[in-house]
Design a protein around this ligand. Sequence first.
Ligand code: TYD
Length: 139
Amino acid sequence: MSLKDRCPVIQFNDLGDERGKLVVVEGGQSIPFDIQRVFYIYESDDTVVRGQHANRESEFVLINVAGKSKVRITDTHEEFIVNLDQPMIGVYIPKMVWKDMYDFSSDSVLLVLASTHYDGNEYIRDYEDYKEIMRREAK
Ligand code: TYD
């Protein structure tokens, strides 16, 4: 399966009407895991790169609920970029996939849904280490 197929862009239903928009995301339904943790990133700008890690245990869905950002996704073999520029789309990032979030608009609010509680030990934050682990695991 290609990396893009493993990291699908999820289109959420817009239940909006004349009163405004309403988007529902439900764990185990449109989100392919039970949501254990939610965090959001704002007041980042176009000079910073966030993320810069892979996770041994956690799966994520990233949604720009306001503004825009981009996420570069790689497994060291393939790489692609998702423009998170609408509140009704999200991108699923499975375990052991590297992500960099960048190009945040000044009004960006990046919502992150995670399948685990936070454990700093499951983060791989050094890209050289990540490459080495991926190389070993491919054997
Ligand atoms: P970091 O992983 O660098 O954020 P991002 O991936 O969004 O760029 O996290 C920044 C700090 O916040 C770091 O000290 C770890 C802490 N943190 C938690 O305590 N819990 C969490 O769920 C997250 C995502 C981060």
